[in-house]
Design a protein. Structure first.
Length: 98
């Protein structure tokens, strides 16, 4: 049995396994993961950019829904529509004695 840091243990495990040896490992993930592969770095950048873009889109959509609320303006006057004489004056009240 051999104890090693995770980064060294992974390399040793992969090497021994590739030689067809019987190996087993109990690995504890590192606290920090260093990315050396350029494709992995690019993938990380793309994921961060996508998250930022999605967050920005959600914020803009929220702002638009808040801006679309109609508020009454006290400076506006109600529109008065004159009744057409063709419509008649409506029911009239008559005072007829019974």
């Amino acid at each position: 049995m051999e104890t090693a840091e995770t980064q060294a243990a992974v390399g040793t495990f992969n090497f021994l396994n590739s030689e067809g040896r019987y190996v087993a490992a109990a690995l504890i993930p590192p606290r920090r993961l260093d990315i050396y592969d350029p494709e992995d770095r690019q993938a990380s950048r793309l994921l961060v950019a996508e998250e930022e873009r999605t967050t920005q889109d959600l914020l803009e959509a929220e702002q638009q829904t808040q801006e679309l609320k109609l508020l009454t303006d006290s400076s506006t006057k109600p529109i008065e529509v004159v009744r057409s004489p063709l419509l008649g004056s409506g029911p009239q009240k008559t005072d007829e004695p019974n």
